[in-house]
Design a protein around this ligand. Structure first.
Ligand code: AMP
Ligand code: MG
Length: 314
């Protein structure tokens, strides 16, 4: 498949395809997104089909500007404060859909809520402005597998099912956005990210963190098994057993790869998915052992992804 680099011309071509109802993968600061016009129901149905994503798992709608949200959702004071503080950036806000919201009901998986975010990436923003409409853009990979942080990851996972991949290099943040539910009196974190609970609480005061009921997760996408490579994952490893790849952090001895030799959580987040993919090689290894990641700050989001990657597969 042809994977053009991001230029004014290829972004304009992507915008044309999206307006016509096609699917275009593009870089954001978090991971590559599989974009489709959020207002075209047929296009959104194609996104679910291409990813093999369960229909109960709603999609995040991306906007080029905070003011685009007025059409889509009931935005309150907390929304304004958070968008001003963190947008563009890796924070998704779940709001009530507005009456007459032009986004397809499929993006909301039939609920009366909608998740919105403004990405902090030049290519994503130019594409959004070129289309002039909000774009649904889940991670551009097959549902349940490791998220893509390079254009080549998208090609390997979905290459034959989408119309264009725009290559904008590696995604600088490397972990999906934090998802915050603002539809209740108390704001609730549904998915941790590099914008932490403490960061959010500083702006709007008290928040809760979703306690998950695996039978009925609050954020339908937060399934126990997700982000899974094909090899099994073993957590909190100090040494790699025979046959295992060892994914280290900080001073881990004899690591096959190290998320951050200097122990920097931001660097570890940016490397996580690409390194899991690099070690996911059945020809060389029997499993991937992962060193302990401190459960503070960004480490909470990294551990969230690792626990799901290690969970029993469906
Ligand atoms: P992805 O698009 O693959 O990054 O996944 C999006 C995440 O946001 C999933 O965990 C979804 O379940 C969650 N999400 C999207 N829309 C909503 C919504 N309306 N209510 C609650 N969670 C949502
Ligand atoms: Mg995903």
């Amino acid at each position: 498949m042809n994977i053009p680099s991001a230029t004014a011309e290829t972004i304009a071509e992507g915008a044309r395809i999206l307006r016509a109802g096609g699917l275009v993968a593009f870089p954001t600061e978090t991971v590559y997104g599989l974009g489709g016009d959020a207002t075209q129901g047929k296009t959104i149905a194609r996104i679910f089909e291409a990813k093999g994503r369960p229909a109960f798992n709603p999609l995040i709608v991306h906007v080029a500007d905070r003011c685009w949200v007025a059409d889509l959702a009931e935005a309150d004071d907390r929304f304004e404060k958070l968008a001003r503080a963190f947008w563009p950036g890796p924070l998704t806000l779940v709001l009530r859909r507005r009456a007459g919201c032009p986004a397809s009901n499929l993006v909301s998986a039939g609920h009366d809520t909608i998740a919105v975010r403004m990405p902090d990436h030049r290519v994503a923003l130019e594409l959004l402005r070129g289309v002039g409409r909000p774009l649904a853009a889940p991670s551009a990979n097959a549902s349940g597998t490791v998220s893509p942080t390079l254009a080549a990851h998208v090609a390997a996972s979905l290459g034959d099912r989408i119309d264009l991949i725009i290559d904008g290099g590696p995604c600088p943040v490397g972990l999906e956005s934090a998802v915050l539910d603002l539809t209740q009196t108390t704001a609730m974190i549904l998915r941790p990210g590099v914008i932490t609970a403490e960061d959010i609480a500083r702006v709007i005061g008290r928040i809760d963190i979703a306690r998950e009921d695996p039978a009925a997760p609050k954020s339908p996408g937060q399934l126990a098994s997700h982000y899974a490579p094909s090899l099994p994952i073993r957590l909190n490893a100090t040494i790699g057993a025979a046959g295992e790849a060892l994914l280290g952090f900080g001073a881990t001895a004899r690591a096959t790869l190290n998320l951050s030799p200097g122990g920097d959580l931001k660097e570890a987040a940016a490397n996580l998915f690409a390194m899991l993919r690099a070690l996911d090689d059945r020809g060389k290894f029997t499993a991937i052992a992962v060193a302990t990641i401190p459960a503070t700050g960004i480490g909470i989001a990294i551990n969230d992804r690792l626990e799901r990657a290690a969970a029993p597969r469906l």
